[in-house]
Design a protein around this ligand. Structure first.
Ligand code: G
Ligand code: G
Ligand code: MN
Ligand code: NA
Length: 251
């Protein structure tokens, strides 16, 4: 309860921060964009999203907090601090009747291009597919692309995803454990991933592999034609002054 009260005041007390993790193109290792991740910095220390996101979701506070996140992420693009940004969206935010309108307003007010803002949805956003594929379609029509986050941890099949107007599939980091290992299980895991990538691409999806921590994983993932990679190997989530723009990185 104490934490809930504090979370309720986190925005006005200026305790929320976004950190940005690079997403790189597998072939060239150039930074293609960043994922924005939320941090709550209390006087008593930083609270992990694993703790406060569930609290924000169950209390409904995720709606105003999520809107703060979307606005701050778009602001970072407007200020050219990042090229494009991918934001995590909870089911409750996504289900707000004015969600699409809100996104459209932020993009207009910030003067950014719609394709500079990506939305990461989890399966829980897609439970009522008939209803919510219409929302994804509306976003798509505005030029705002959605990604299915944490793919492989839930029940979504590739065919189910392919029938939604989702553009990007983010392969969950739990898949990476054996990738790049020369053991029998490592080789098998890579072949499974190759199959997933092939099918996903046939459906027109773009693939991002998450949780890439080693050179061997990165090489293996590039070899099976994953288009984008994200993970500690390329960069931890960092506050803005430390985030490198693609052109700076290339120099
Ligand atoms: O950054 P970290 O790995 O600690 O994030 C833990 C979890 O919190 C991840 O599942 C991530 O998607 C989620 N998360 C981080 N930032 C946000 C956010 O701004 N909004 C929502 N809804 N979830 C977030
Ligand atoms: O659920 P989602 O994919 O949004 O969660 C992203 C989370 O994964 C972030 O909190 C981030 O801190 C974490 N993360 C990012 N890269 C790596 C990585 O290479 N290894 C591990 N273990 N976690 C990572
Ligand atoms: Mn994510
Ligand atoms: Na994920």
């Amino acid at each position: 309860i104490e934490q809930l009260t504090a979370l309720n005041h986190a925005i006005e007390r200026d305790e929320l921060r976004l950190v940005f993790q690079p997403i790189v193109e597998a072939r060239t290792l150039r930074v293609a964009g960043h994922e924005a991740l939320l941090r709550w910095e209390r006087q008593s220390g930083t609270v992990s999203p694993e703790t406060f996101i569930p609290l924000a979701e169950s209390s409904g506070l995720i709606v105003p907090i999520g809107r703060w996140v979307i606005r701050q992420a778009a602001l970072a693009v407007a200020r050219k601090q990042v090229d494009c940004v991918s934001v995590n969206i909870s089911a409750l935010e996504f289900q707000q009747p004015d969600f699409v309108k809100y996104i459209e307003t932020v993009v207009q007010e910030m003067g950014i291009q719609p394709h500079q803002l990506y939305l990461e949805l989890t399966e829980s956003c897609l439970l009522h597919a008939e209803r919510y594929s219409a929302v994804i379609q509306q976003l798509f029509a505005l030029g705002i692309y959605t990604a299915l986050d944490d793919f492989g941890t839930g029940y979504s099949s590739l065919t189910a995803v392919a029938h939604l107007p989702v553009k990007i599939l983010k392969i969950d980091r739990s898949f990476m454990v054996e990738i790049g290992e020369s053991s029998v299980t490592g080789v098998k895991a890579l072949e499974v991933l190759r199959g997933v990538v092939t099918i996903a691409k046939a459906y027109g999806l773009t693939i991002v592999a998450e949780g890439v921590e080693t050179e061997l994983q990165a090489q293996a993932l590039a070899e099976v034609d994953c288009t984008y990679l994200q993970g500690y190997l390329f960069g931890r989530p960092m506050p803005l002054p430390d985030v490198l723009l693609p052109q700076e990185k290339a120099e």
